[in-house]
Design a binder for this molecule. Sequence first.
Ligand SMILES: *[C@@H]1O[C@H](CO)[C@@H](O)[C@H](O)[C@H]1NC(C)=O
Ligand SMILES: *[C@@H]1O[C@H](CO)[C@@H](O)[C@H](O)[C@H]1NC(C)=O
Length: 257
Amino acid sequence: MALATKTTLPFLLLLLLVISIFITPSNSATDSFVFGGCSQLKYTSGSPYESNVNSILTSLVNSAMFTSYNNFTMPGSTSQDTVYGLFQCRGDLNNGDCARCVAKAVSQLGTLCLDSTGGALQLEGCFVKYDNITFLGVEDKTVVVKKCGPLISSYSDALTRRDAVLGYLAASDGTYKPFRVGGSGDIQGVAQCVGDLSPSECQDCLSEATGRLKTECGAVKWGDMYLAKCYARYSEGGDHSHGEKVGGAVENTWLVA
Ligand SMILES: *[C@@H]1O[C@H](CO)[C@@H](O)[C@H](O)[C@H]1NC(C)=O
Ligand SMILES: *[C@@H]1O[C@H](CO)[C@@H](O)[C@H](O)[C@H]1NC(C)=O
């Protein structure tokens, strides 16, 4: 009954403040901020809700030392006070880097989403989300961040290589592959699903992300497409900046989820 009520409830207004940051080329980009957003609703300081949020966030940080994905549910006295949380590290991070990334994301969430009933934050290396709305296991293909680099100057090999990389990232061989890396020449791509999606939902989400990169960005040198539960990105040499901010289209969105 509680579940039925929740699904019919209008979604909590989630104000996503999308902040675009052009990172400097670096391999230690794990900590770089990609986006964050907080629900507009605030909980009362010192309430049981607050301690549930703190327990969830602490559990996420601790768990990230051992695994690249996990979810937690902290039951409250009422369903409104039940808090859900998850984290997802990029598939190539080791446990130490994953834990460091999640700790950093949680600490930034604490500042960005002070006393908010829900929040989500994506760093280059990890994603963290908590809320009192059940989002666990729910596929969500809302576009959160779309960044398109400058056009490929000549319709040369670069576009063919780009298409090959996106094709690889979107390809399904029937196995569950939540983390995908592919390269062709100097074009490198990466894709990641949040671990609460089923294999078919993950596949569907990544098809959508890569498809949108192609259709919405066009023939560009690099692109990032972050959907709520998965992302796909590609660039030349795995580097998104190359000082090519000029000509890059950046979408700053106030999203209502
Ligand atoms: C989440 O918490 C807020 C603040 O307590 C409350 O107004 C809202 O109804 C809750 N949402 C759900 C789905 O329980
Ligand atoms: C949440 O975590 C539990 C315990 O690790 C796991 O059994 C369950 O499949 C997870 N749920 C989702 C939606 O990921």
